[in-house]
Design a protein around this ligand. Structure first.
Ligand SMILES: Nc1ncnc2c1ncn2[C@@H]1O[C@H](COP(=O)(O)OP(=O)(O)O)[C@@H](O)[C@H]1O
Ligand SMILES: Nc1ncnc2c1ncn2[C@H]1C[C@H](O)[C@@H](COP(=O)(O)OP(=O)(O)O)O1
Ligand SMILES: [Mg+2]
Length: 194
């Protein structure tokens, strides 16, 4: 079932909330033509559909918690299969959020070639998210939820980076720099794949 996507490169994009994952992914799409799949965007699309499942997801996301693993993995897998004929590579943004998510992804879909670790200080992430919150309309871009998302990031998601470091596929990107300078580092990591 994951046959069709087995020749495409898979890149995990991991970093704290507001670190700049989405910003960098957009630039990768423009330069390399990869398919960008953000777990958060997929979930927000389900919320926007007004479905019963969307209502349950909304409540979880508003609290800054993680939605059930199966829900998000199924969404990513369906989206990957839908693009399989045209995609030479996938940017999986915001996933895995915990080691278990990485393990399940590999069982059901395939192994990543690269993990881009988008790294910024927690003060930087908070100030970017507060600014984004002025216009994003996101229910989780508020001071209280941002704090919970950061705590969960350090507790659950940072171990993902250590897990893949053991495999030698992690490239740490300094996301404190200006967007284009961050992207220069991202580009180097992707170019090294070929
Ligand atoms: N390198 C950067 N320098 C300054 N601001 C940035 C940088 N990268 C992202 N931002 C801003 O920070 C906010 C969060 O970025 P976003 O890409 O949505 O992060 P994430 O997807 O990791 O939550 C956005 O408002 C974005 O414009
Ligand atoms: N892989 C995943 N597993 C569980 N929940 C997830 C998830 N990806 C996203 N979510 C849920 C919980 C997050 O707090 C919320 C927003 O995610 P996001 O858009 O990726 O945030 P950000 O880009 O600011 O890091 O959606
Ligand atoms: Mg994002």
């Amino acid at each position: 079932m994951a046959e069709k996507i087995k020749d495409a490169k898979i890149i995990f994009v991991v970093g704290g909330p507001g670190s700049g994952k989405g910003t960098q992914c957009e630039k990768v799409v423009a330069k390399y033509g990869y398919t960008h799949l953000s777990s958060g965007d997929l979930l927000r699309a389900e919320v926007a559909s007004g479905s019963e499942r969307g209502k349950q997801l909304q409540a979880i996301m508003q609290k800054g918690e993680l939605v059930p693993l199966d829900t998000v993995l199924d969404m990513i897998k369906d989206a990957m299969i839908a693009k399989a004929d045209v995609s030479k590579g996938y940017l999986i943004d915001g996933y895995p959020r915990e080691v278990k998510q990485g393990e399940e992804f590999e069982k059901k879909i395939g192994a990543p070639s690269l993990l881009l670790y988008i790294d910024a200080k927690s003060e930087t992430m908070v100030s970017r998210l507060m600014k984004r919150g002025e216009t994003s309309g996101r229910a989780d871009d508020n001071e209280e939820t941002i704090k919970k998302r950061l705590d969960l990031y350090y507790k659950a998601t940072e171990p993902v980076i250590a897990f893949y470091e053991g495999r030698g596929i992690v490239r740490k990107i300094n996301s404190e720099l200006a967007v284009d300078d961050v992207f220069a580092e991202v580009s180097k990591a992707i170019d090294a794949l070929k």
